[in-house]
Design a protein around this ligand. Structure first.
Ligand code: ADE
Ligand code: ZN
Length: 349
């Protein structure tokens, strides 16, 4: 990997960042998994932290998901959900994250008998504390796409008493064989209820899943979307409509979507005019948090200051925030750019 200039590295580290693709269950570090297992008397299929960490040698999405769902089995009480989210939020603030939109997977927990109220109460308590410190953050409830649409409908219904606790609906888990069309009606219902809509698409699945997520689910952002490059008409549409793609470089390497970071398509996507953003997906499993993704990806792809600012701006434009918050986030980015060495970048408003 090309070493980057220390001033440029400091510029990236200090950048006000938006994180739009982060699964809260993917922030459980192995040490936390063992601590919670002990606290809750849960038996894990791994003898110790080292053995668990050694199992993080994934060959595809499913090999990761199997371990990720096993890790989440230690979460039982509202305090567990609180502690997990509080740890992530503190880590995000250390990376200068100014806006976080956080996925959670209720079905992973309700299937084990944990009430959705417990999940939402614990997460909300952590988010409220972070908001009080000045971080803008919200939750997005994801349906597990390997389960049925009926199960998704039941989950939406169970979550509705807490509808003020989350702003949007997403779609995650095993992609291939579980196309967007499986969830058309439940997404339509979520849209009718006023939720923002996102969907994982084009991670392992074909670019046609991205088209379907847009056309059939009315997804406003695509999570991953790296396979969009396989379809020039789709790229033209994504560019024209400024559809944000929440790209997760470390994840794509660890799940073998691409071989190495230096072969990652992020820079090609940016150069094609796509509204790409940088995110960590499941940082405890993929070798780093969002700041690590930024630093190493910029270095590996030889991106420059203009690229970095463009990606940061894409994140702010893609966030589900009101106009005043968006302006404030752009102002923070402008101040960072103006306060660092180099030519200030002019932006149209
Ligand atoms: N759940 C957690 N991480 C995921 C990913 N990268 N793709 C699909 N589902 C997920
Ligand atoms: Zn994801």
């Amino acid at each position: 990997m090309t070493a980057i200039d220390p001033d440029f590295a400091a510029f990236i580290d200090g950048l006000p960042k938006v994180e739009l693709h982060l699964h809260i269950e993917g922030t459980l570090e192995p040490e936390t998994i063992f601590a919670l297992a002990e606290r809750n008397g849960v038996e894990l299929p791994y003898p110790d932290v080292e053995t668990l960490r050694a199992a993080y040698a994934f060959h595809d999405l499913q090999s990761f998901l199997d371990i990720y769902y096993a890790g989440a089995s230690v979460l039982l009480t509202a305090d567990d959900f609180h502690d997990m989210a509080a740890a992530y939020l503190a880590r995000a603030e250390a990376d200068n994250v100014v806006r976080a939109e956080i996925f959670f997977d209720p079905q992973t927990h309700t299937a084990r008998g944990v009430p959705i109220a417990t999940v939402i109460e614990g997460l909300t308590r952590a988010l409220d504390a972070a908001r009080a410190r000045g971080l803008s953050c919200d939750l997005i409830l994801c349906f597990l796409r390997h389960l049925s649409e009926e199960d998704a409908f039941a989950t939406l219904e169970a979550a509705l008493p807490y509808r003020d606790a989350f702003i949007g609906i997403g779609l995650d888990s095993s992609e291939v064989g579980h196309p967007p069309e499986k969830f058309v009606r439940v997404f339509a219902e979520a849209r009718r209820l006023g939720f923002r809509l996102v969907a994982h698409a084009g991670e392992e699945g074909p670019s046609a899943y991205i088209v379907d997520a847009l056309d059939r689910l009315a997804a406003e952002r695509i999570d991953h979307g790296v396979r969009s490059l396989e379809d020039p008409d789709l790229v033209a549409r994504l560019v024209r409509d400024r559809i944000p793609l929440t790209v997760c470089p470390f994840s794509n390497v660890r799940l073998r979507v691409c071989d190495t970071l230096s072969e990652h398509p992020l820079k090609r996507m940016l150069d094609a005019g796509l509204a790409v953003t940088i995110n960590s997906d499941d940082p405890a499993y993929f070798g780093g948090y969002v700041g690590d993704n930024w630093r190493d990806t910029v270095a590996a792809l030889g991106m420059d200051r203009d690229d970095v600012v463009r990606i940061a701006r894409n994140g702010i434009d893609a966030a589900f925030v009101d106009a005043a918050t968006r302006l404030r986030l752009h102002d923070r980015l402008d101040a960072h750019v103006a306060g660092s060495a180099g030519e200030p970048l002019v932006r149209d408003r």
